[in-house]
Write a protein of this length. Structure first.
Length: 144
């Protein structure tokens, strides 16, 4: 659990399954942690609750974040992540169905690295996730 590459924050089981299938199909990441709501995501990132024994120095290479989440919404997760010096350098990609201009503006205002609207078509979704994985895990350089 300490060597997670991707934190997938998604409450829709079908979208979780599609994302995992797309990642596996492209041999991109075996080390994916799933958080089904924003509270679990924050607990994972900050080593709280069920993750209190996790070494928080081992950060994910990227967070794939849905906005419409139960308990703590995606914007609040983003706000917490980007306002904390320990986690603010973790790349965050919003992967959501929301095309609302206000969500896009607020996400970038809070420091999101990329905002992607989930494609409805499965093949396009697989392509998007593949491209995300290739870029954020293999090409992008992050501080250590």
């Amino acid at each position: 659990m300490d060597d997670v590459e991707i934190l997938l924050v998604e409450d829709n089981p079908a979208d979780v399954e599609l994302t995992l299938r797309a990642l596996k199909k492209n041999n991109i990441a075996n080390k994916v942690q799933i958080a089904e709501d924003g509270e679990v995501a924050l607990d994972f990132l900050f080593g709280r609750g069920q993750f209190s024994s996790r070494n928080t120095d081992n950060k994910p290479k990227v967070v794939l974040l849905d906005l419409k989440l139960p308990k703590v919404d995606g914007l609040e997760v983003l706000r917490n992540l980007k306002s904390n010096p320990k986690t603010q350098t973790i790349p965050v990609v919003v992967l959501t169905t929301s095309k609302q201009e206000s969500d896009i503006i607020e996400s970038y205002r809070l420091g999101v690295n990329s905002y992607i609207v989930k494609p409805v078509d499965f093949e396009k979704f697989v392509e998007s996730v593949r491209d995300l994985g290739l870029y954020w895990l293999l090409i992008n350089q992050t501080p250590t």
